[in-house]
Ligand binder design. Structure first.
Ligand SMILES: Nc1ncnc2c1ncn2[C@@H]1O[C@H](COP(=O)(O)OP(=O)(O)O)[C@@H](O)[C@H]1O
Ligand SMILES: [Mg+2]
Length: 301
């Protein structure tokens, strides 16, 4: 398995470098490369988790496929040998972690859906009993299932933290018709995603989708139902009052909490064992939900 920290290590120059993804602007399309970078407390670590980018990318691909009848997505191809030059010459390094996608006109909204109460939703509920303007019953416990799944959108901030907004603000931003459509679609994606995961003993607690317009149609873009965009909980460890260990970077966060580090760069170095455990956690949920896809991309993992 090859690790990839940055596409610069391949002699390429990305047009945009996110915390995790390197993006190349190819006119009507983007090449999105999911690297093995990992951030915690909003700081990118110096160490990478080899293969993490492949897990994230493969998981999105699997979900695009799963939802193909419900919503179009931005994917052109994930076959690196079909990427335009010079990217096709790096097929071994980019394969499994990259996708060529159609460029979308992005909606400036993070379409969050919550079926359980945790994270910023729990915080907001604690303050005033609501999440994004939804009035909730009294006495809910942390990690409890909500009476119904809620659409709890947030702004998409390039800098700083996304901010929860009421549905009325989404309407002001993009109009009633599109806002209604994004809400309906997000809730349906959440419902079908959690129905799919449930028999595997996986709870999809909450997640975030992004949409854009491509060729006049509302289209699913970005990552979909990955451990970075969602909370996946083992059903066997779920009980209200306590947040179960999600299939994500909790192991890394826990390790960092044992250090005397102020969450400002530079990041401390991380023991190999913690990096390995973190990878196993990401890989595990892919294996549980999409064993065939995991096998198909095994050479890159
Ligand atoms: N098809 C697309 N068209 C335009 N923008 C996209 C498309 N797919 C994903 N994006 C954007 O690309 C970025 C992905 O990079 P990422 O490293 O995840 O950045 P971020 O820190 O914003 O999450 C996101 O900002 C996402 O909105
Ligand atoms: Mg992102």
């Amino acid at each position: 398995m090859g690790a990839l920290r940055s596409t610069r290590d391949l002699g390429l120059t990305p047009d945009y470098e996110g915390k995790v993804r390197d993006m190349f602007d190819l006119g009507d399309s983007f090449l999105i490369v999911t690297t093995d970078r990992i951030s915690a407390f909003d700081v990118i670590m110096n160490d990478v988790v080899p293969g993490r980018g492949v897990v994230l990318n493969v998981m999105s691909l699997a979900w695009y496929d799963h939802f193909a009848d419900l919503v179009p997505n931005h994917l052109i191809t994930a076959d690196a040998s079909k990427f335009p030059a010079p990217f096709n010459t790096h097929a071994a390094a980019l394969g499994g972690r990259s996708m060529l996608v159609k460029k979308a006109d992005r909606f400036p909204v993070e379409c969050v859906v919550r079926g359980y109460i945790a994270g910023s939703g729990w915080k907001s509920y604690g303050q005033d009993g609501t999440i994004c303007g939804h009035q909730l019953p009294e006495g809910l416990a942390l990690a409890q299932k909500l009476p119904q799944a809620l659409f709890t959108p947030s702004t998409k901030e390039d800098e700083g933290h996304d901010e929860n907004i009421p549905f009325s603000t989404v309407v002001e931003m993009i109009g009633q018709e599109q806002a209604d459509k994004l809400q309906k679609l997000s809730l349906e994606l959440y419902r079908q995603g959690s129905d799919f995961a449930e028999p595997f003993g996986v709870i999809l607690a909450d997640t975030k989708f992004e949409f854009g317009m491509i060729e006049g149609k509302i289209t699913l873009i970005d990552e979909v139902l990955t451990p970075d965009s969602s909370r996946f909980w083992p059903a066997s460890e779920h009980k209200a009052g306590q947040e179960p260990p999600s299939w994500d970077k909790q192991i890394l966060r826990n390790y960092l909490e044992t250090l005397d580090w102020d969450h400002e760069p530079p990041a401390p170095s991380i023991p190999q064992e913690i990096l390995d455990q973190t990878f196993r956690r990401y890989h595990e949920v892919l294996e549980i939900l999409f064993p065939l896809e995991a096998q198909k991309w095994q050479a890159f993992l």
